[in-house]
Design a protein around this ligand. Structure first.
Ligand SMILES: [Fe+2]
Ligand SMILES: [Fe+2]
Length: 195
């Protein structure tokens, strides 16, 4: 059952970055304080690549197929989740576009950036909630020890050197976000007032 633990931990990490991004996008509405755009870039890079390269492929390849085989009635929700994995990548492009505009034209673009951040966070939370409420409990209930062995083996990043490297990169990026983000989101310096 290590794989389920891992999915939940990854959801917590994505959720922490989404919370931080929402908070900082709200703080950035004050035109008298210039945001540090590096933290926004790092956060969006993380929520773009971490789900895309590490998290969703594991769900798509190793969790959904055995679950659909055991419980055909879950096929509909699994199809929705797969489609959301693809849609999420497109929504991140919107996020990147509104950040580029905001950074170029600051303080213009603040409200649009916040709206895009809120919409993306809502989308991704809904997606993760669906997985946590409909998929993970079903797997816990219906998978046999043999199913778990297969899923856990597939999930074990240490067996896949490329995934192992990526996982370390994302941990390093998460640490960078925490060191760049000002309190209360992280440990970085407060944004400076413009004189
Ligand atoms: Fe997912
Ligand atoms: Fe997920």
């Amino acid at each position: 059952m290590k794989a389920i633990q891992k999915i939940r931990e990854e959801h917590r990490a994505i959720s922490a970055v989404l919370h931080g991004l929402k908070q900082l996008a709200r703080d950035a509405q004050n035109a008298g304080v210039k945001p540090d755009f590096a933290v926004f870039r790092a956060m969006i890079h993380y929520i773009d690549e971490f789900p895309e390269q590490l998290h969703h492929p594991k769900e798509d390849r190793y969790l959904f197929p055995p679950l659909a085989a055991r419980l055909p009635k879950l096929q509909r929700v699994i199809d929705e989740l797969r489609a959301e994995h693809k849609d999420g990548a497109k929504l991140v492009r919107e996020l990147e576009r509104s950040l580029v505009f905001f950074e170029d034209r600051w303080p213009l673009g603040a409200a649009e950036f916040l709206a895009t951040v809120d919409a993306y966070a809502e989308f991704h939370w809904k997606h993760m909630r669906k997985e946590e409420q409909e998929i993970l409990p079903a797997a816990e209930h219906y998978f046999s020890p043999g199913d778990w062995d297969a899923v856990d083996r597939a999930f074990d990043a240490n067996r896949d050197p490329i995934a192992g490297i990526k996982e370390r990169d994302f941990q390093a990026l998460f640490t960078r976000i925490v060191s760049l983000a000002p309190e209360p989101v992280g440990l970085g310096e407060r944004w400076k007032k413009v004189s």
